[in-house]
Design a protein around this ligand. Structure first.
Ligand code: DGL
Length: 270
């Protein structure tokens, strides 16, 4: 039994950490497509091709359920994959829905018409491809009305994090928050719509101020996966070993991952 976690690079480790804590008995196979990160500047076809190749590799590793712990892939490729690519006995889940459920305080499967919710001014921080896709606004519109979403494409942040340059990442986050608050001065909530951004959560919160509720995905995704596996225990897959796979240089990626998670992580070549 193993569950696959996919990200374009290291950001999905924030999700991996949360799911491992929530489901300690489940082996997870992590796939970081570090050779092709960042995805956020690629076009939808390219993101689709890269994501399907990575997910195939996770199916081969014995995973029947794969989480796209990458908003960019969830936004640009997931719907097309679910409609025409995922085999009937496999599942590929994205990271938007748990977030929107939390924001709108609605449960997945609540198919009642969209209604007014507690928040009205929401700041979305995401990669350029995620912002361009408008997938977040589309999913939100199924569940809520009257929510004003102001999106800020946070160019450069993922590259800085992948390079381990946290000083640059912090400066970029502050300038993106500044740009956002010039368009929407008083957001009530902020969505960190990229799995790399929880690594900068304190900076986002500090720049936004204490009155803004910052939603970050890792714990929400972990809860949602636990709930899914409870309802579909047969989807645990055939794999029995946890593993970390990368398309990048395993030595370099292992060193960065160890730095981020503050525990030894060893990646192998995918
Ligand atoms: N961490 C991914 C996301 O959640 C992708 C970042 C990137 O590769 O640009 O969007």
């Amino acid at each position: 039994m193993a569950v696959g976690i996919f990200d374009s690079g290291l950001g999905g480790l924030t999700v991996l950490d949360a799911v491992t804590k929530r489901l300690p008995e489940v082996p997870f196979v992590y796939f970081g497509d570090n050779a092709h990160a960042p995805y956020g500047v690629r076009d939808a076809q390219n993101i689709y091709d890269l994501t399907t190749a990575a997910v195939s590799r996770l199916f081969d590793a014995g995973c029947d359920v794969v989480i796209l712990a990458c908003n960019t892939a969830s936004a640009a490729a997931l719907r097309r994959m679910q409609e025409s690519w995922v085999p009937a006995d496999k599942r590929v889940l994205g990271v938007f829905v748990p977030l929107i459920e939390a924001l709108t305080e609605r449960r997945w499967g609540d198919n009642s018409p969209p209604r007014e919710v507690a928040v009205q001014h929401v700041a979305l921080f995401a990669t350029p491809a995620t912002v361009r896709s408008r997938a977040f606004q589309r999913e939100l519109a199924f569940r809520a009305i009257g929510v004003d979403v102001e999106a800020q494409a946070c160019g450069g942040v993922v590259d800085a994090i992948e390079d381990g340059d946290m000083i640059l990442a912090e400066a970029l986050v502050r300038s993106h928050v500044d740009a956002l608050t010039r368009k929407m001065p008083d957001p009530e909530a902020a969505i960190l719509g990229c799995t790399h951004y929880p690594l900068m959560e304190e900076t986002f919160q500090d720049a936004l101020g204490p009155d803004v509720r910052v939603f970050s995905q890792a714990n929400l995704v972990a809860e949602s996966l636990a709930d899914y596996l409870d309802r579909h225990p047969d989807k645990l897959g055939a794999g029995t070993e946890s593993a970390f796979l990368t398309t990048g240089d395993p030595k370099r990626v292992s060193a960065r991952a160890t730095q981020f998670l503050r525990r030894p992580i060893t990646f192998d070549a995918a």
